[in-house]
Write a protein that binds this ligand. Sequence first.
Ligand code: HEM
Length: 543
Amino acid sequence: MEGLLSSVFESGVGSLSALVLGLSFGFCYCFTTAVYRLAFHPLAKYPGPFLNKLTDWVVFHRTTKGDRHLLEWREHQKYGPFVRIGPNTVSVNSLSGFKAIHGSRLSNVEKSPWYLTVIATVGSAMTSSIIDRARHAFHRRVLDNALSDVAIKSAEGIITENVHIWCKHLVDGSSNPESWSSPKNIGEWSTYLSYDIMGDLTFGKRFNCMDSEEHRYVPPLLLNASKMVYVLGMLPFEPLIRPFYRTRIMNILGGQMARDNLKFNDYAAAQMKERIAAETDDSKPTRKDLTHYLRNAKDPQTGKGFNLTELCGESSLLIAAGSDTTSVALSATIFYLLHNPTALDKLTSIIRTTFTCPEDIDSKTINNLHYLRGCFEEALRLSPAVPAHLPRKVLPGGLTIDDHHFPAGTILTTPPYTINHNEEYYPDPFSFRPERWIVDPEAPDDDISSERSVALARSAFTTFVIGPRGCAGKRLAYSELSLTLAHLLLSYDMRISPGTEGVGGGDPNHKNEGRRRPDEYQLDECFLAYRDGPIAEFRPRKN
Ligand code: HEM
């Protein structure tokens, strides 16, 4: 008995010693890591919040909250153009930084390992997430061809058809054809329109989100899918969980977002398979949709095209990148026009004096409507669809921005919301001023419409990024936005639905200072962005 007690006692002492030893080791490790990160790390000289310098958990926490873009804007106000937002991550708020990181094929960076999470959750590398430059170049060439000026011009009829259906739905629900329609949530209706256009352009058939409820469950799936990738991809130990994406374990542990992620990617894959199955030798689609370009591409290096898994990955990308972003842009533009009646009146009058009927509207004339373009560019600046997260990893040899040298392995980010609100490039940055995009040759040099100011605004415009990894669909987005706004304002009047003035904007009593501007379209960031409103009513034009 005595022997048993003493061995229990001894093993207890042994476990206690092991625990003390473990804790001491843990403490020493944390202490030396903290001292290293604060004092000796190559990024130690960069300012930033104290905790961010110590751990990546701070940014991880931000990604769960939707406010990262607002916090980083404020931090840049406080600390200047370079802010250390993680032990190994610097956020850059300058035109020179933006150009050095994204501007050219020779920029010594690549997409950060965060994009490996995207690949793992989709189940295939797609154009936006491929890190390898040569492989990316092939994917990108195919999409550049599919989204060329000629291809977009030939898609104009399809876009217009969809816009007509959209406008008819917007005026639904009035007691007589002359009066205001029932209230429409433009956040939702813009999404239905952009999904239907993207379905039509990618697979040769619209998803019918405008006409029926059947596919309307998909856009919310995409945003949850985006949030899951965003948040999990920022976990400091993420590589350990990567093998479990798309498995039952992840579906249980990752909760609703993981299940939505899987559902969204399976949905996109099913669309691609259905489209391929519909194309038999006897029945070829009569027009070239985006799938046509993808299926017929051959990599000149390997002689191989895309396999089915890759096609399904591109399908996820095209639905996500092509629909949700344009939808944010459209609802934001309508929000800003409704909240700036002078701009709305001016734009309406320009469109109504340029075109007499919908059949007159063509891209050539539209491209010369500088005020129209100024309106949506200003909305894209104020509420960018990808507000905060564009991480790039510095390659061996490092990268120099102005006089700052960043060593290999540093993660650099250029948050679009922050740069788009930088006063140096956009005076009065929170105001909606379409004229900052339009040159007035008479304007003095310090005016926002001077040649110098407009050129500066254009070069600092980060919403689509620039360079080899910049948006492949910018021209398509511009075409959709111009055609939609021209058709809408030519034939219909619109107003904020009475009593819903606050929907979509900030709340003056919000506890977060960045959310207090009633005239700013609010984005709840999840790599892409959740949003709501505005709520608008429509009627056939009165004059
Ligand atoms: C207003 C609308 C849009 C905005 C604001 C937007 C914004 C962006 C941004 C910020 C990126 C870079 C993402 C990153 O680095 O992780 C990107 C990439 C991309 N976008 Fe867009 N986009 C829009 C519309 C479209 C459309 C309509 C398409 C058409 C299919 C499209 C296709 C792509 C593709 C394929 C990429 C990946 C490019 C690459 O890595 O080579 N986007 N977009």
